[in-house]
Design a protein around this ligand. Sequence first.
Ligand SMILES: C[S@@+](CC[C@H](N)C(=O)[O-])C[C@H]1O[C@@H](n2cnc3c(N)ncnc32)[C@H](O)[C@@H]1O
Length: 393
Amino acid sequence: MDLKKNSTVLITCSSGLARYLQAELAALGFRIKSSHDTGVEITASLAETMQLNLKLRTAYNVLYLLKDFKCADPHQLYKNISQLPWEDIIPANEYLTVISRVNTMSIDNSMFPSMKTKDAIVDRIMQKTGSRPDSGSGRDNIVLGLYWHDTQCKLYLNTSGRKLSDRTYRKMPHKAPLREALAAGIIMETGYDGSVPLLLPMCGSGTLAIEAALIAANRPSGLLRGNFGFMHLKDFDTSAWQRLRKEVLASGKKISKNKTMAPIIATDIDPEAINAAQKNAKTAGVDHLIRFDVCDFAETDIPAEPGIIILNPEYGRRIGDNDKLAKTYERLGDFFKKKCSGYMGYIFTGNLDLAKKVGLRVSRRFSFFNGDIECRLLKYELYTGSRKKTKMD
Ligand SMILES: C[S@@+](CC[C@H](N)C(=O)[O-])C[C@H]1O[C@@H](n2cnc3c(N)ncnc32)[C@H](O)[C@@H]1O
């Protein structure tokens, strides 16, 4: 096993986000080897995983394949894993976590293969160095992913550690926040690039507004994170990482300097939501790019130049919620019709019955998952009779 060589890299994502992840990878110059609902495979070096972790907005984890082997039972698992030169990969004073996905006849409990894998690694390091890493369930140090299907095992180094959707700017989550990677995917679907106004009434804790501002300003989503799995490897090259961060920051600034940014306006009826959104945007370093206001969605200030408007209303998971919310969805339809003509309107919801109350023709539907809830992003083309040509056409 030579960590300097290219290997298969599996990048995982939430269901519905693979097509955006593919587009991001293609834009970074990677050829897609294969793709499925919750992951995309490419070939890359371990050094390149730093760039992937720093830049990918819609990914969950970047997994570098260490070994792909036939395995019929736990004994073979231990044997195969202990053949890797762990003493060259993991410092003896590190902490490691193994997460397993197992679908094989010989095992009915995924804890057992995790334990066997961990034992194989720790025993080898102990034998070679005289000391052993600690292990447990935390995801802040070395994380390994074991996928065991029938008689095939794949062992990956999870170079992200915690999910990349945990950007660390959301100190105040408020109500039902979207995962950051999902919010980035929604923004990408709208084609938003900062050149037209973006309105986000019902902004909650500000996730859509913050992800949009990061995209418009060409700021990589991983810039705020101080910890990734790859940083705990024996060969972690701190200066290469610092260089990469500097390069990415400088090129982002250069691109955004030549750009005139249209306003991003984020509003919510709840002052606590706006307070949380403002604090989160400040942590993310994009508060200066977003105008915040406390108001009913229908009172949101709408710039004359048409742009994009996205609403993520609550979608009622408790009995009785729906009657109250039905009125809100009806009002959304009126608001779109009367005040947003010329805009591209979007509603993100997990309740299609409520969405029908909007009463406008949906021009396209995109399927996403918010946690385990299947959701739709509904697109409304809010034309006027005498609609002028805009940047949106
Ligand atoms: C599902 S949450 C939005 C979550 C947000 N996307 C996030 O990631 O944090 C819905 C938001 O709509 C707001 N809201 C509800 N009714 C509203 C209204 N009439 N006008 C403006 N905002 C409203 C709520 O205060 C709540 O913050």
